[in-house]
Write a protein that binds this ligand. Structure first.
Ligand code: AHG
Ligand code: MN
Ligand code: MN
Length: 325
């Protein structure tokens, strides 16, 4: 008997305080947009969707055509859902707000529509990352306070990794669940029930090319992993798509790091739509996620595109880092 993500969420919904049918309707907007994106990715080389879109985004990064497509798909599929008050996207400088009736517009959604987009042209895994909050406070839906909430306020978070298969992983705070897209029926079907990250692993994941830039603490930590000081031999894996590197870490354990560098003194990864959603999932899977000094989920955001140093993975590896001088 199969369990689709819609069925799974309806079961979960009974346990989310105050969540009503609107929540599963909301998630269906996200899953629809990811299926539209997946269909484009599968055929990118056959349509005119490879390569740069000719513009740069608020991050100053060259937008890939699929970045733009994935972003439009999410803005459209979520914009037509009455329960959405505001959307924040990596690809939009400002939040996108919707005028809703007083009793609608209870949720705010934050997303990285296409993660790892530099890998599209070489057919390497890319992903979509999302995070759902309840609108905080005032009715005025354009108020940034709605979205500048700490990660521990997330109602749900998830990602889709477009790879040999397309897998959706999400949490609502009741554990972590994975669903594989079955192309034969066009539905995400439960394939990874109650994912638990191994207590420790034997893989570390970092862009070694930046090593000389890392603060001393990170260099010492990585040397300890390589030296066998933690009692086991580590190997290195780095895909360059956060969602792919994280998905491997959730399933196999170990640690992923994006430390501060000269180019990115606050780290490259964005708090709201990369670090927070994955940190929520990591903690729900019994792992940890920190910025070097505190939990990612405790960071008070001040800007929707702010970056953060990011260390995420198995409890043991992250604790060893946090206890390092
Ligand atoms: P995005 O494509 O959404 O901008 O994200 C790219 C990020 C992330 O996916 C990955 O972990 C990181 O960039 C890789 O950065 P480096 O190439 O500097 O290692
Ligand atoms: Mn990204
Ligand atoms: Mn992106």
């Amino acid at each position: 008997m199969i369990t689709t993500v819609q069925q799974h969420l309806l079961d979960m919904q009974q346990r989310i305080p105050g969540a009503r049918g609107t929540f599963s309707w909301l998630l269906s907007g996200i899953t629809l947009a990811t299926k539209m994106t997946e269909a484009k990715i599968r055929r990118a080389g056959l349509s005119d969707l490879i390569g740069a879109a000719g513009a740069t985004n608020v991050q100053g990064e060259v937008q890939q055509k699929l970045d733009v497509y994935a972003n439009q798909a999410l803005l459209h599929c979520l914009g037509v859902r009455d329960s959405v008050a505001m959307l924040v996207s990596e690809e939009n400088e400002e939040p996108v707000t919707f005028d809703r009736s007083p009793d609608a517009g209870e949720y705010v959604i934050v997303f990285d529509p296409l993660d790892g987009s530099s890998n599209i042209d070489v057919n390497v895994n890319v992903g979509t990352i999302f995070s759902i909050y309840r609108r905080a406070g005032a009715r005025d839906t354009s108020h940034p306070a709605h979205v500048l909430q700490r990660g521990c306020c997330q109602v749900a978070a998830g990602y889709v990794v477009y790879g040999p298969s397309t897998i959706l992983v999400y949490t609502t705070g009741q554990g972590v669940f994975g669903f594989t897209l079955d192309p034969a029926i066009g539905a995400y079907v439960l394939s990874h029930d109650n994912i638990r990250m191994p207590e420790r692993g034997s893989i570390y994941s970092v862009n070694e090319a930046n090593s000389d830039d890392f603060p001393r603490r990170y260099q010492t930590y990585l040397a300890r992993l390589r030296s066998g000081d933690l009692g086991r031999k580590y190997t290195s894996r780095y895909v360059g798509s956060l969602v792919a590197d994280f998905h491997r870490t959730v399933l196999k354990g170990g640690v992923f790091l994006y430390p501060p560098t000269k180019g990115y003194p606050q780290g490259k990864l964005r708090l709201l739509y990369e670090a927070n959603p994955l940190a929520f999932i990591a903690e729900q899977a019994q792992g940890l996620a920190v910025d070097g000094t505190k939990r990612i989920l405790d960071i008070e955001p001040h800007d929707i595109h702010q970056r953060t140093p990011f260390i995420i993975g198995s409890r043991e590896e992250v604790e060893v880092f946090m206890n390092s001088p």
